[in-house]
Each structure stands twice: as structure tokens, then as C-alpha cells.
Design a protein around this ligand. Structure first.
Ligand code: MIC
Ligand code: SF4
Length: 642
């Protein structure tokens, strides 16, 4: 039978289940990654599972999200991550070495492998023909210990790429075009597999921008074939031996097909406050910008930043504008420095930020109140920049640099002939900031500063739950809404009681107090609840506060899994119209939970309205067992599954 590329990778890693769409399968994981926002929990959970050493081909912890060190918390986190990595056999990438997805692509991604990352943009690895999937830290902890990763087999959608990007149109514009077509929920339950004659016109780095942002459509991941472009990139990285050609069989069957014609793609921008509010730059040109930020795991490669530097070379930005450039990796920074591009950026008036995620998740560079910030990153959710009233536009490095010259959102085509950048013969490879685990790991002492709190424990699911609707929300609630980003809150990622005080803090500051005092209760929401990041704290911390169930029209994949992992019931309205009947403060009751089964239809009594409605438990049999046990760690301890 002819197979898609996704099916080929899955079949070669299949541990349980069959290749039937919608069915839960388990796959062997070759590589894992986590970072300084998710790695603390992943490592504490790995430890709680009683594991001595990771059993993957390679596991990595990166220090990239919160490297500001405004208090001791970051430094404590980093010391914990470094020593726990050494103890458990994990490679540790120090602060300053780069953003996990950029560095992983440069140094570790290998065609045909599976990669599970405690970060939603792990999908970036799809550019290297990996099955690269984002998940919560606990799922990654289990995978590090050699357990399979379980998920429902998605539909595989063919994205047939034709043509060639016109001058000044970028891979970012292609990614935004896909978002325009699919919206932030159109990819739910799907894997996007790229095929077609246009692929030869997309470099690996351009593919990485597209696979990076594929998560914004809600897709599980996206996969590109391994071809000449893959080989070229691996050669530049001095690891051509990792190359192996890989593609779908010619007769492979897909669930459906979307055509992506590169010829027709113009410079695009995602308008505030959602990555799918896509317009042509020429239609929205002219907006005055207070800030322009170039970087993030979407667009911080050598190609991206060299392009920006070439555009800015010999020019000056307007005085009112703040231009920030954050290189994606030490390698990129070294290349920019050695080729004079760093000097060109600085001379033009750019501020060079530390290598890392930085502005992308609100760690520094908050725009002024009500300000417009053009960013090359992937998410423009409200408040993510650290300024709730700011307006974030997502654009390509070309558009960002062209706009930096005028201080207004500008179409890069106004610059005239497209500049060309030259790739070096090989990139400057220096892995000295990646610490390999020692030969004798048992001798390593794990450093736990006061920032590292013990893991909370939870009781099993009760027979009956009665509680109020503590939050009533609408569609597309993001994990940034549930648990905001930003240096201050990120610094508490290893302390659940402390971080729980920030749950929903941008929407309702009283929620944590109310939820904790009640010790029970529900959140009610519309479609695609929990879209965006993989942060499991958005489930774990509400669980700590006493949240028992989320009743929504539908759930984003990673968040649904995180809810199950921590024993919060994900309940989907049988009739979505019932959402309209519910208000904050309504008292709800769920009974007979001891006999809960996968996909069960349950009756929710609304004791305030003296009415009832039905919900469906959105969980597989395996997840239902976790829910009954009060979470995956309880289940693992009970079954001795280590
Ligand atoms: C993000 O881009 O939202 C983050 C910060 O990288 C998150 C990780 C986290 O918040 O733990 C993600 O994408 O998963
Ligand atoms: Fe870091 Fe931003 Fe990428 Fe998340 S999206 S990994 S915060 S650069």
C-alpha cells in the first residue's frame, strides 16, 4: 500500500494501535526537548516516575525562554535544569546558546526521526522530515523514560506547493497564507504534509518558518520531505551524514488537499490579536509603529537576519522607533558578527537583544501603552507582549525591516529590486555551550534553590462533583489567557502554588482566590479552548486551585491532553447551543463518576436554573483511567508503570 510520509514515520515507530484515523496510537520517541519554562516540571515529573536515566536516543533541555535573571528564580531554575539534566543523561543547552527550535534544527534534527517537545513550536522539526510534535511536560517526561507517546491518529492533509515566492514575498507570508486559509482552528486533528513541485524553491530554513507556524492552525504538526534542500542545510551544518532522502509514495492517499501557490503570495500581515487575521500588507500599509521586533523561533535564522541587515545597511531608523533584533542562536549571532551584519544593524539604530525567545513571550521589550509593534514572531495574542493594550502585527523579516526604515507598516516591494544574500560554505559550528551528560551521572548532585518547589499531589476523581461556573469564556481561549507569559510569571514555573495565583490574571484577577476558596468548580468556554502553547501549567495550576472540569464546545489538542494528565475533566457540549444558557456563578452537578468511560455522555444538572444538559467526555480509554486516578502521575504510581 502506498504511504504518506507521515504514515511512513509513524509505522516505523508504532508501538500500539493501528493506522486508522481518530484511533489512539502510541509511537516510540527518538528525541525529546524541553526548556526553562517547561523543563522544570518535566524533570521533577521524570524524577517522580522513579527513572534513573533517559532512554531516548537524545534528550535536550534548552535555556532560552526566561534568561533575564531579574531575581534569583531564573538562576535557581537554570542550576536545577543543568544539574538534573546531567543526573538524568540529558544534554543541556546553556543560556545564550539559542532558542530550542532553532538550535535543534541546526544541530540535532534528523530526517525520519520522532521528536516530542515540551513546547508547541516543536513542529519546526517537520521542516527536517521529522515527526515533531509538541506536548505537555509530563508527556515528555514519560517519553524521556522510554514510554510511547499516545495521540489520536490525525487526518493527513496534503499541502501541494507549486510555483516560487515572488521577490520580497517570504516564507512567513506563505505561513500566514496557510493561516488565512485554515484559521486558528482549521488544522485541529490534522497533520499537514507538504508535497509538490514548488518545494524545490523553498530552502530548509523557509520550510522551518512554515512548519513552525503550522501549530497556529491547531494542527498536530506538519511534515516536509527530506530532499536536496535538506541535504544542503545539513551540509552547511557539517552533518551531511545525517541526510537520508524521504518522501511520500507517489500514489499516497490523503484525506484532502490544499493548494499553496507560491507565485501568488504577496507580503502579508496578521493583524491584532490573532495569527489568522491575515491581510495583504498593501491593504493595511501606513500604521505608525512604536516598536519593530525581529527574531523568535519563526524568523531568527541566518537567512532572516542577514536579509534584515542588508535592507537596513547604510540607513537609519526614525528616532521615535525602537527596533529590536534577537538572534535565534549563538551560531546566527556569530555569523552576523563575522560578516559585518551585526555592525550594519547596530549602525542603523537596532538594539541587539540577547540570543533567546526574549520579546516573543513578553520577556522584556513590552511596547508602550496602546502602541503598535510589528513582530516576526508567531503569536499576537492580547497581552502576550507584556502590554495588554498593545497592538501586535505579525510580519516577515522583509516587511519588518522595510517598515523599520519608515516607522510605518510598509510593503517591502517599495524597496525596489530584491536584495540577495549569500550563504556561507559552511556555518560556524561551536557546540561548546551544549553540555553533554557526564559518564558517571549518579555522582551529580541536583541543585534545588528556593525557586524549586515540590510537585503537588492530587486525590482521585470523586463520585460526584458539585461546583460553580467560575469562569465563562468564549471561543479560541489561549493558554496565554489561562496563564500569561512574561518574565515575572515565567520565573515561577517551578512553583505551582505561586504560579497558580496568576491563572486568568489578565481576564479576572479574582479568579485564583475564588477558585481556591471554592476548591471545586468548572470553567465554561466555546470552541478551541486552550489553543496556543503547550504549557501544562495552564492545567496543573488550575487543578491545584481546585478546578474539576472544563466544559467547552471543543478543545485544542495539547491542552486537552494536559487536562487529562492532571485530572481535570474535558467535557464537550453535546449541543453547543447549551453554552448560551450558562453564566458565571451557576451551580452545576455531575454524578456517577465512578463508572466513567471514554466518550461517555454525561448529564450536567444546572442547580441554579433547575435544568440539565448533556456533555461528552472528550477522552480516550487511557485518558479516562488517568482522570479517574486523579492524574497521570497517580496512575503511573498505582500501576507501577515506570
Ligand atoms: C510560547 O511560545 O507560547 C511558549 C512560551 O514557547 C510555550 C511554552 C510555554 O509557555 O511553556 C509554547 O509554545 O509551548
Ligand atoms: Fe520561544 Fe517564542 Fe518560539 Fe515560544 S514561540 S519557543 S517563546 S521564540
Amino acid at each position: 500500500m502506498p504511504l504518506t510520509l507521515t504514515e511512513k514515520i509513524i509505522s516505523s515507530h508504532l508501538v500500539s494501535g493501528t493506522l486508522r484515523t481518530g484511533e489512539e496510537i502510541g509511537i516510540r520517541i527518538d528525541q525529546t526537548l524541553a526548556h526553562d519554562a517547561t523543563g522544570q516540571m518535566a524533570l521533577l515529573q521524570f524524577e517522580a516516575l522513579g527513572k534513573e536515566r533517559v532512554e531516548t536516543e537524545r534528550s535536550l533541555i534548552y535555556t532560552d525562554h526566561n534568561i533575564l535573571q531579574t531575581t534569583f528564580n531564573n538562576a535557581d531554575d537554570h542550576a536545577f535544569l543543568r544539574t538534573a539534566s546531567a543526573r538524568f543523561g540529558i544534554h543541556y543547552s546553556k543560556a545564550g546558546n539559542g532558542i530550542c527550535h532553532q538550535v535543534n534544527l541546526e544541530r540535532f534534527s534528523v530526517p525520519g526521526r520522532t521528536l516530542l517537545g515540551a513546547d508547541s513550536h516543536t513542529t519546526t522539526g517537520g521542516a527536517m522530515a521529522e515527526l515533531a510534535v509538541g506536548a505537555g511536560g509530563l508527556d515528555v517526561a514519560l517519553a524521556m523514560g522510554g514510554s510511547p507517546f499516545f495521540f489520536r491518529l490525525p487526518e493527513i492533509i496534503e499541502i501541494e506547493v507549486t510555483g516560487k515566492l515572488p521577490p520580497w514575498s517570504a516564507a512567513k507570508d506563505a505561513a500566514l497564507e496557510l493561516l488565512r486559509i485554515l484559521t486558528v482552528s482549521g488544522g485541529r486533528g490534522k497533520i499537514l504534509e507538504f508535497t509538490g513541485p514548488g518545494l524545490k524553491n523553498l530552502s530548509l530554513v523557509q520550510r522551518a518558518t512554515i512548519s513552525n507556524m503550522s501549530i497556529e492552525t491547531g494542527a498536530v504538526t506538519s511534515v516536509f520531505p527530506a530532499d536536496e534542500e535538506t541535504r544542503k542545510y545539513l551540509k552547511l551544518q557539517g552533518r551531511e551524514e545525517d541526510y537520508a532522502p524521504l518522501a511520500a509514495d507517489p500514489e499516497a492517499v490523503y484525506a484532502s488537499k490544499i493548494r499553496l501557490d507560491l507565485d501568488g503570495i504577496e507580503p502579508l500581515a496578521a493583524l491584532p490579536h490573532s495569527p489568522d487575521k491575515v491581510r495583504k500588507v498593501k491593504e493595511v500599509e501606513g500604521a505608525l509603529c512604536q516598536q519593530i521586533a525581529i527574531g523568535s523561533c519563526t524568523n531568527s535564522s541566518y537567512e532572516d537576519l542577514m536579509t534584515a541587515a542588508e535592507i537596513l545597511k547604510g540607513k537609519k531608523i526614525p528616532g521615535f522607533l525602537s527596533l529590536v533584533v534577537a538572534p535565534g542562536s549563538k551560531q546566527v549571532l556569530a555569523e552576523l558578527a563575522s560578516r559585518g551584519a551585526l555592525g550594519a544593524l547596530v549602525a542603523a539604530g537596532a538594539r541587539i537583544a540577547e540570543v533567546g525567545c526574549g520579546f516573543c513571550n513578553g520577556v522584556g521589550q513590552a511596547p508602550p501603552s496602546g502602541g503598535v509593534s510589528l513582530r516576526t514572531s508567531n503569536r499576537n495574542f492580547p497581552g502576550r507582549s507584556g502590554t495588554p493594550s498593545a497592538k501586535l502585527y505579525l510580519v516577515s523579516p522583509e516587511t519588518a525591516a522595510a517598515s523599520a526604515l519608515t516607522g510605518r507598516l510598509s510593503d517591502p516591494r517599495s524597496l525596489g529590486e530584491k536584495i540577495a544574500i549569500r550563504l556561507p560554505e559552511s556555518y560556524l559550528v561551536d557546540d561548546s555551550m551544549i553540555l553533554a551528560p557526564p559518564e558517571e551521572p549518579s555522582r551529580v548532585e541536583i541543585i534545588r534553590g528556593p525557586a524549586i518547589a515540590p510537585l503537588p499531589s492530587f486525590p482521585p476523581l470523586p463520585e460526584e462533583i458539585t461546583g460553580k461556573v467560575e469562569m465563562r469564556l468564549s471561543d479560541n481561549v489561549t493558554t496565554d489567557d489561562i496563564l500569561p507569559a512574561g518574565a515575572h510569571i515565567l520565573a515561577l514555573r517551578a512553583n505551582i502554588p505561586a504560579i497558580s495565583m496568576y491563572i486568568f490574571s489578565n481576564l479576572d484577577q479574582d479568579y485564583p482566590r475564588r477558585q481556591k476558596e471554592a476548591g471545586t468548580g468548572f470553567v465554561v468556554a466555546g470552541a478551541n479552548y486552550g489553543q496556543g502553547s503547550s504549557r501544562e501549567h495552564a492545567a496543573l495550576a488550575p487543578r491545584y486551585l481546585g478546578l474539576k472540569g472544563v466544559i467547552a464546545v471543543s478543545f485544542a489538542r495539547i491542552h486537552q491532553a494536559n487536562l487529562c494528565n492532571f485530572g481535570i475533566l474535558p467535557l464537550a457540549f453535546a449541543n453547543p447551543g447549551d453554552l448560551e444558557t450558562l453564566e458565571k456563578g451557576h451551580l452545576l452537578r455531575l454524578k456517577d463518576l465512578a463508572s466513567l468511560s471514554a466518550g461517555a455522555i454525561l448529564t450536567v444538572e444546572n442547580l441554579t436554573l433547575h435544568s440539565a444538559f448533556q456533555v461528552k467526555l472528550d477522552a480516550t480509554s487511557r485518558q479516562t483511567e488517568m482522570l479517574k486516578a486523579g492524574g497521570l502521575l497517580n496512575l503511573a504510581a498505582r500501576t507501577g508503570k515506570k
